[in-house]
Design a protein around this ligand. Structure first.
Ligand code: DX5
Ligand code: ZN
Length: 224
């Protein structure tokens, strides 16, 4: 299982240093949480395309960057994130009118496409798009902030996606990746791995846990 750090709870004045630490620890995937002050229930604003572009410039072309869009107008603004240099745009199924069009637009622009669903959204809302998706993200917290408690009841939804993706791969389809986001720490990382997760987003468990970034990452990877 791959680890994708989220920088949401970082000290934004120290982002460059954090990026260097993460890369020197072998991290090759960064998860960027974009909130527009409107879509998430707590109305948080995080950052937009300018910071995404700076992070791409800092990291160089080798690091995989995904953008988790928690915004009302992904269908109008997705191109700004592609232009800023992300490899994968993940949009909320609850926030778009026509997921097929957005997936096709992303693919035509050379960007990977992912769909994310809230804890109370059933898998059936996303399964019709699975054969076209590079990634499915299951939220294990209500989106809006870092440091929330993990929702273990997401297990059945994750297993449903794992089964559908395995069937898709067995019949020659896309190897859609399965990602989880929210409340993952060193003590539950191996549990979600056992459910068949390919990529786990981890924010506060890397940045705000007891040790340094290096120590926290080592604790997580040794638990895997
Ligand atoms: C929540 C974000 C998550 C979050 C993860 O809205 O999508 O990426 O920052 O942070 P932790 O790992 O602290 O739950
Ligand atoms: Zn996220």
């Amino acid at each position: 299982m791959q680890i994708a750090p989220s920088i949401l709870t970082a000290d934004f004045c120290e982002l460059g240093k954090l990026m260097e630490e993460l890369v020197s620890e072998g991290i090759d995937w960064i998860h960027l949480d974009v909130m527009d002050g409107n879509w998430v229930i707590n109305k948080t604003i995080t950052f937009g395309p300018s910071l995404v572009r700076s992070i791409r410039q800092k990291l160089g072309p080798e690091i995989f960057i995904d953008c988790h869009l928690m915004i009302t107008n992904a269908e109008e603004t997705w191109e700004q994130y592609v232009d800023a240099g992300v490899n994968l745009v993940i949009f909320h199924i609850e926030a778009v009118n026509d997921a097929n069009v957005l997936i096709d637009n992303l693919h035509s622009s050379g960007c990977q496409a992912g769909i994310v669903l809230n804890p109370d959204t059933p898998a059936s809302e996303v399964l019709p798009y699975l054969s076209k998706l590079d990634l499915v993200l299951v939220m294990s917290v209500v989106p809006g902030k870092g440091g929330q408690s993990f929702m273990p009841e997401m297990e059945s939804k994750i297993r449903e996606f794992r089964l559908a993706i395995n069937n898709q791969i067995d019949s020659g389809g896309l190897p859609t990746k399965l990602m989880i986001d929210g409340g993952i720490k060193h003590y539950n990382a191996s549990l979600v791995k056992s459910w068949g997760i390919d990529v786990a987003v981890i924010g506060s468990g890397i940045i705000n846990d007891n040790g340094t970034v290096e120590e926290n990452l080592k604790e997580i990877t040794s638990a895997l």
